[in-house]
Design a protein around this ligand. Structure first.
Ligand code: PHE
Length: 457
């Protein structure tokens, strides 16, 4: 039954898939979310747990997700329905696809708002606003943006238009080419920033902060810290919502899933660590608080750009590249929904993209208002943006991950996995088999149950 191509198109080469999948993985999650989340949980211990989660949970689940996508060759909902049918399992498995649509929808609604901050900062950097700025001025500048609902709405709207434009043309179109240049450029610029950090005098403190685990930092909130590290791994690797699944559905049969996965996850982790090494020296050199939350990179980086030679240029470049990284992630968040609209409602790709984009845009307005006019509206003590962020990364994506692991490890026949992964049945396969059947679902389940307080670790 396995189709060899998808009706939505195919990646032209193996490299195209790697670029697209790392384009999806590398984004605001690495550069905006990773440093501030690590900062909230004290640094080193969080980073260690994060890396373990990537290696032991993220890698096997990413392989499984790509594998399911490539076997189903449809949008995640229809892929799960088809695979369940072919393996004689309950049609209810398509709910996994629906869960993913919901997650993607919620993530993109706030992701677009943060991408909007990035756009605003491109112009702020270019206009030389950061020259000689100190920590307080930088914090004020950030607060002025976040407090201005109209400006946030304008940027959010522009970003969503950009996302819809690309998705409407099909993901294998122009973006493949853009990513080829922009991803390496982002990496180079991050390294420049790390180089700058080395000169601040606080580089050693930053290294110690990130790499010397001090579990005392978890101070009575270990369960929550571990949940957040795991959630960050899912978020950063784009796992558990069907983005990687649908990208897998455009992947040709002759490409090695295991190798591709390791490359993408390795690159994603490298970018996150570099972002940490770029940002924390500035945090410490300027007496800022590592746990200052989602504004962290927007409050710290301008200080560095304001001090360095050609800082306006570097600053502008940095935020442009971050914008592109966010863009290539955002299209993968919308793609599963659009593919489903095309398959099931017979909409043209253009109409499906506009419809999907418009609904995400509406929900995004609630997110941006939660930062200012609606700052009093709290659900579970969180505004909409924080709530969607927490709910998706820490609950919905890991839930999607468990279901993927259970389906791939227990319900898909072993021979189907062997056939699709094409890595034989040697050591590599057996390690994956153990991780996907036992370790990944149990670990994710334990972390989640522990965090809701069902029991104490
Ligand atoms: N991985 C992306 C990032 O790090 C975000 C994302 C999450 C994209 C889930 C797709 C799916 O920014």
């Amino acid at each position: 039954m396995t189709a060899t191509t998808s009706i939505h198109g195919m990646w032209s080469t193996r490299l195209a898939f790697i670029l697209a999948a790392s384009g999806s993985a590398v984004g605001l999650g690495n550069i905006w979310r990773f440093p501030y989340t690590a900062g909230e949980y004290g640094g080193g211990a969080f980073v260690l747990v994060y890396v373990l989660c990537v290696a032991l949970i993220g890698l096997p689940i990413m392989m499984a997700e790509i594998m399911l996508g490539r076997r189903g060759r449809r949008s995640p909902i229809n892929t799960m329905r088809e695979l369940a049918r072919a393996e004689g399992r309950s049609p209810a498995w398509q709910l996994l696809g629906w869960l993913g649509i919901l997650s993607g929808f919620l993530i993109l609604s706030f992701y677009s708002v943060i991408a909007g901050w990035t756009m605003a900062y491109v112009f702020r950097a270019a206009s030389g606003m950061f020259t000689g700025i100190d920590a307080t001025a930088s914090e004020d500048l950030f607060a002025a943006l976040v407090g201005d609902a109209e400006r946030l709405l304008a940027w959010h709207t522009i970003f969503m238009v950009l996302v819809v434009l690309v998705v409407a043309r099909g993901v294998a179109g122009g973006l493949e080419k853009a990513v080829r240049v922009l991803m390496p450029a982002l990496l180079v610029l991050l390294i420049v920033m790390v180089g700058y950090g080395m000169q601040t005098g606080s580089f050693d403190a930053a290294v110690a902060y990130l790499f010397a685990p001090d579990f005392g930092e978890f101070r009575g909130k270990a369960g929550e810290a571990i949940l957040n590290a795991m959630g960050q791994a899912f978020f950063s690797l784009s796992l558990g919502m069907g983005a990687i699944m649908i990208y897998g559905s455009y992947l040709k049969r002759d490409s090695s899933i295991a190798q591709n996965t390791m490359l993408v996850a390795g690159l994603d982790t490298l970018v996150a660590i570099l972002a940490g090494l770029a940002i924390f020296p500035i945090v410490f050199a300027n007496g800022l608080a590592p746990d200052s939350g989602p504004g962290l990179i927007f409050q710290t980086l301008p200080i560095a750009f304001g001090e360095m030679t050609a800082g306006a240029l570097f600053g502008m470049l940095f935020f442009v590249l971050l914008l592109f990284a966010a863009w290539t992630s955002a299209i993968s968040l919308l793609e599963p929904l659009v593919a489903w609209l095309v398959e099931n409602l017979n909409l043209s790709r253009v109409r499906a993209s506009i419809l999907g984009g418009l609904s995400v845009w509406l929900l995004g307005i609630a997110c941006l208002l939660s930062l200012n006019l609606w700052s009093d509206v709290k659900i579970f003590d969180k505004g909409f943006l924080d709530l969607f962020d927490y709910l998706t990364a820490n609950i919905l994506l890991p839930l999607g991950g468990i279901l993927i692991a259970v389906f791939a490890g227990w319900l898909l026949s072993r021979s189907s996995s062997v056939d699709e992964l094409q890595m034989g049945e040697g050591l590599g396969f057996r390690i994956w088999w153990i991780l996907i059947r036992y370790l990944a679902p149990i670990a994710v389940g334990v972390v989640m149950l522990n965090a809701v307080g069902l029991f104490e670790l």
